[in-house]
Design a protein around this ligand. Structure first.
Ligand code: NAD
Length: 519
């Protein structure tokens, strides 16, 4: 597995894209265009075989209990830290992102997630004793228990191979499941490296496996598993749900977003401008919860735009060669460069003004898009309504907070968003009116790092959540247990029905429910 190359050498650039003559997927470094590896495109039969092995291994893994599994996950946390340079090299080479993005948003997340789920799985999945107000059930022992579903299929995107692809395997494993991960065909190498890491940490054979391939491999995986955790685009999410419907397999979908940033006139403009540039262009803008559009109140609009423009112009873009070398790397997926450009060209043709950037570049198979700032934008433009997923920042002037809220909610998506103001009470009030799964006040994206908070999209941004209690319970079947220890030979509601049965039960219901609540 090659690391990151420093320069593009056109003679060494792979001219083959996608699949080679032997059916292998060619993996390229998007910052250089060079081939860095090949992985098999697995057939449906191969996926069936993976699933067979996973199902054979799962009971042993589950039998280790929370403590036994936590030992492996805690070792994995340390393994990631000990091997971080190697993991970062792999992530950087297959995504073209900066070393800092790999460290802050991937290594940081994975290490924190291993520890969080190792520690909290027993709390979220331990037996819950329940009290009831039903008169028929009084005196019984009531318990909710969680048991692993068995085999979980995780299908991931290319923007965060460790965080968003592998990251969802961690709670599924902590719950006692076996997992098969189908990483993006664009970035499969990190998932394979993690298989090596988990083996080294004592994870039993076949409890975590990687099914490399494209859409067809993913579809085959859906047929084999007990639950599908999908992260990717809204369009593919619909196909996942459709296929899963055939076997009534539950799905959790983390999909696209078009996150609004609302800047009120009393905001700390310097912080807001720094954040706007960072959270729209960090990871090359390829983050589901990145700032995708900005609404600024009229009185501070000019000042905000001037600050953002100056900061965006200062960004350094290029091939990532080490810490501190550049601010923005490549666009990971070649197809994404064209989507970004089509949004910018569409906006330009409808009257938007491009203040910074606005063009794709890169030679010999390298994919880059310039950090781009646009103004004079409106909701007739794709750049304001559809997910761009690149280093672009369209800024729109609004009359007031009301108009900003209306425009923020004028979207099919509802993943995340942010509000900027020195009046935090007002900021929170505005945040509560934004229709999305998460909203930060005077911050953006940061909620994702608090694994205690649920993270999931409203509207076309998804179904279900990751993180928090629901983020691990979704990998389990819930079972309700009722135990009756002391009881008469015959309860009053049992056969034979007598005249006195109706009288007794009717009287009891009247006594309990018939008095009416006092106003
Ligand atoms: P994508 O939908 O193109 O692909 C995602 C995965 O689905 C890949 O592994 C791909 O091989 C697989 N796939 C392709 N066709 C399939 C099919 N017919 N059935 C099943 N699986 C299929 O997404 P992408 O371009 O890799 O990733 C970018 C998208 O992911 C963006 O929309 C981004 O917002 C989203 N995303 C969302 C979150 C979140 O938490 N909400 C996080 C990261 C990325």
């Amino acid at each position: 597995m090659a690391g990151v190359e420093e320069r593009v050498d056109p003679s060494q650039v792979s001219t083959v894209g996608g699949i080679d003559s032997e059916g292998q997927i060619i993996v390229e470094n998007p910052a250089t265009g060079r081939e860095i590896g090949r992985v098999p495109e697995m057939s449906a039969d191969e996926v069936v075989e993976l699933a067979r092995k996973a199902r054979a291994a799962q009971p042993g893994w589950n039998a280790l209990g929370f403590e036994g599994r936590a030992r492996v996950l805690n070792r994995a946390q340390k393994w990631v830290i000990d091997n971080r340079d190697r993991i970062i090299e792999t992530i950087v080479s297959e995504t073209g992102k900066t070393y800092e993005d790999a460290l802050i948003a991937e290594i940081n997340y994975a290490t924190s997630a291993f520890g969080f789920w190792a520690k909290n799985a027993p709390k979220f999945l331990g037996d819950e004793r329940i009290k009831t107000s039903s008169p028929f059930v009084l005196g019984r022992k009531l318990v909710v228990r969680y048991q692993p579903l068995g085999l979980v299929g995780v299908i991931g995107p290319w923007n965060y191979p460790l965080t968003n692809s592998f990251g969802d395997c961690i709670p599924a494993l902590a719950a006692g499941n076996a997992v098969i991960l189908k990483p993006s065909e664009v970035t499969p190498l990190t998932s394979l490296l993690m298989a090596e890491g988990l083996r080294a940490c004592g994870l039993p054979e076949n409890v975590y496996q990687v099914a490399t391939g494209r859409g067809e491999t993913a579809q085959a995986l859906i047929d084999q598993v007990d639950m599908v955790m999908f992260t990717g685009s809204t369009a593919t999410g619909k196909k996942v749900m459709q296929r899963a419907a055939e076997t009534l397999t539950p799905v959790s979908l983390e999909l696209g977003g078009k996150d609004p940033m609302i800047v009120l006139s009393d905001a700390d403009l310097e912080r807001a401008a720094n954040a706007a540039v960072y959270y729209s262009m960090q990871n090359g803008g390829q983050t589901c919860i990145s700032v995708e559009r900005v609404y600024v109140e009229e009185p501070v609009y000019d000042q905000f735009v001037a600050k953002v423009t100056e900061k965006a112009r200062a960004l350094r873009q290029g091939v990532p060669t080490g810490y501190g070398a550049i601010d923005i790397g490549a666009v990971t997926s070649p197809a994404q460069v064209d989507i970004i450009d089509s949004h910018v060209r569409d906006a330009e043709s409808k009257g938007a003004k491009i203040l910074v950037g606005g063009h794709k570049h890169g030679t010999g198979g390298a994919n880059f898009y310039e950090p781009t700032v646009m103004v004079d934008v409106d909701h007739s433009m794709l750049a304001m309504t559809e997910e761009t997923f690149g280093p672009t920042l369209p800024i729109m002037k609004v009359r007031d907070a009301e108009e900003a809220i209306t425009l923020a909610n004028d979207s099919p998506y509802g993943l995340s968003g942010s509000v900027w103001t020195k009046d935090v009470a007002r900021g929170e009030a505005v945040a509560r009116r934004v229709q999305s799964g998460a909203v930060d006040v005077n911050d953006a994206m940061l909620n994702y790092s608090a694994l205690e908070l649920p993270m999931g999209g409203w509207k076309a941004s998804g179904l279900g959540t990751r993180h928090g209690a629901a983020g691990i319970r979704k990998y389990c079947a819930q079972q309700a247990i009722l135990v009756t220890r002391f009881a008469p030979k015959r309860d009053v509601h049992m056969f034979p029905y007598k005249k006195s049965t109706g009288k007794l039960i009717g009287g009891m219901l009247k006594l309990i429910y018939g008095r009416g609540k006092r106003d």
